[in-house]
Structure formats: C-alpha cells, structure tokens
Design a protein around this ligand. Structure first.
Ligand code: NAP
Length: 281
C-alpha cells in the first residue's frame, strides 16, 4: 500500500508530525509521502480544496482546526464536541474530519497509570485547556481552572461551557490556587522551547497534587515536570499525547491498531528526534 498524506498549519516549520506518522506507517509496511504544508489562514478556502482532496488524508493544526470544517463533507462526534478537526480522511473525494486530541490525552494518562478522576487543576483556558478540561469533566472530575488574573473572563467562558455540558468547575487566578488535586494539567505554553526555565506553577502548588500532565512536548521534560518529579509525583509529558493522537489518526484513516509497546517505542524515538533538532550543540 502507498499513500499521500500531510499536516497543514501555519507556521509549520518544526512540526513533529511527519516523523511520528512516517514511523507509524512504516510499522504497517505502508510506503507514504507525508509532507508539511504551510497554509496561510487566508489561503484556507475552496481554492485549496483541490490540493487537499488529492491527499489520502491529512492532519490539521493551529490555526486551521475550526476553519477547515466548512470545507469538509462531514465531521464525526469527536469533532462536533469541540467544533475542531485535527484529522481528515479522504473517502473517494469526500473529506471527513475527526478530533483525536481527547483520545491522545486520555490514552497518555492511561498508559502511565494516571487516573482521570477526583479533583483536577487545569492551568490555562485556551484550545488545549478546552479539550482536556472537557474530558476530565466528562469523566466526572471536579475542576479548578487557573489562569492569569487578566484572563478570568476567558476561564469563566470555559466554566460556563463545561457547566452547560453537565460539568462542575471553579475559576481562580494562578497566584491564588488552593486545595488538593489528584491531577494538575498544564494547558498553557509556559515552559515550552525556548523558554524552558519557566513553569506555570511552582512547588507550593505541586506539593498539593498527586500527578502532573504537561501538554507541552518540547522539551520532553519541562521545568514543571522536573519540579513535580523532585516531589515524587507521577508525571506525563506532552509527547505521549501527541503520539497517541497520531495513533488514533491511523485508526481513522485505515483502521490500524498499534500495541502499547509499539507506541512507547515511537514516543522515545520522537523525543530523541526532537532533542536532535532543537538541543544538539
Ligand atoms: P492557546 O489556545 O493559545 O491557549 C494558551 C493558554 O495558556 C491561554 O489560556 C493563555 O492565557 C495561557 N497562557 C499563555 N501564556 C501564559 C503565561 N505566560 N502564563 C500563564 N498562562 C499563559 O494554546 P493551546 O493551543 O491551548 O496550547 C497550549 C499548549 O499546549 C501549547 O504549548 C501547545 O503546544 C500544547 N499542546 C500540546 C498538545 C499535545 O498533543 N501534546 C496538543 C495541543 C496543545 P492568556 O489568555 O492569559 O494568554
């Protein structure tokens, strides 16, 4: 089997998607072209449809996850839930979208023995926070959403959306977090390359948590995870979510399944590749 796949986004320079997807295709003996297409927001219109429909499937990243929807013939429940698409399949010229983000998050936790239950602290109220908070909420967790004091309104909007969908959440600012948490989820870009010395919260908050998930995947071990590790907490990094999301895309495209061992190996390889690209002296 051969195929022609891509990731679309803007900017797309240092995406890990080609590396991860080529590894997954290669495990199934599929020879693919997988390219990174830099598409400006203003170019994502009917004129690009020809290019996109010449692909067997593609991934979608920022800023096109919502804007792609009108170009598609349909979206599944996972995409409807978040009004966002990160994976598209070409069925005989008709494009269908889904969202694999939530699956990536829950599988990353599960693979590391971290339960999504009890009191969960969500740092941030942007796109990733929306998905991770909703998954936690749908799992019956009680949420505390912590944001910068200037972003309380944005966090309240997230809270309202969660409440409208049967969830329970409180909002606080990052400097006023109190209570104990089963899990702390960082859904801010704080600590991401090149600002790797930063963490959204410090040991005062982390010492009240049992586990930490950091959506940031570059670096593999963020400052937040280093602090959490020093306190003996269970830690899960963003690369785990990124690779599990990719695994779900292969199921959506051609019904592929991968073992936990195969996925773990790719997570390690992706981290080595990222280290090589960004940190090699
Ligand atoms: P986003 O929509 O821009 O939201 C970012 C959130 O972080 C906002 O709530 C923002 O709050 C907050 N924030 C930004 N800078 C901050 C700072 N210095 N201190 C405190 N809060 C800050 O971004 P996103 O798409 O949600 O992505 C967030 C992170 O998750 C990124 O690093 C992204 O790479 C990562 N991510 C990873 C995966 C994965 O598979 N591992 C998937 C999706 C996203 P303000 O309103 O105050 O700016």
């Amino acid at each position: 089997m051969t195929g022609n796949f891509a990731v679309i986004g803007h900017p797309i320079g240092h995406t890990m998607s080609p590396f991860i997807h080529k590894k997954l295709f290669s495990l199934k003996g599929i020879d693919v072209q997988y390219s990174a297409l830099d598409i400006y927001p203003s170019s994502l219109s009917d004129s690009i449809f020809h290019t996109l429909s010449s692909l067997d499937g593609f991934n979608v990243t920022i800023p096109h996850k919502e804007a792609i929807i009108p170009l598609l013939s349909g979206i599944d429940e996972s995409a409807q839930k978040y009004n966002a698409v990160n994976c598209v399949r070409n069925d005989g010229g008709k494009l269908y979208g889904c969202s694999t983000d939530a699956y990536g998050f829950t599988k990353a936790l599960e693979a590391n023995g971290v339960s999504l239950s009890g009191d969960v602290l969500i740092l941030g109220a942007g796109g990733a926070a929306r998905t991770l908070a909703r998954e936690a909420s749908d799992n019956g967790c009680h949420l505390t959403i912590a944001v910068r004091s200037t972003s309380i309104e944005k966090a309240n909007e997230l809270k309202s959306w969660l409440s409208a969908n049967g969830g329970k959440a409180e909002v606080t600012s990052l400097d006023k977090i109190s209570g104990r948490f089963n899990l702390c989820v960082n859904a801010t870009p704080v600590g991401m390359y090149p600002n790797t010395d930063n963490a959204a919260v410090g040991t005062a908050v982390l010492s009240k948590c049992s586990a930490v998930f950091d959506a940031v995947y570059n670096p593999n071990e963020t400052k937040l995870l280093k602090l959490a590790k020093s306190l003996g907490l269970k830690c899960v990094g963003g690369m785990e979510m990124l690779v599990w999301q990719a695994v779900k895309a292969h199921e959506f495209w051609y019904n592929a399944k991968f073992s936990a061992d195969e996925v773990s190996k790719i997570i390690i390889e992706a981290n080595v590749e990222m280290e090589r690209i960004f940190y090699a002296k």
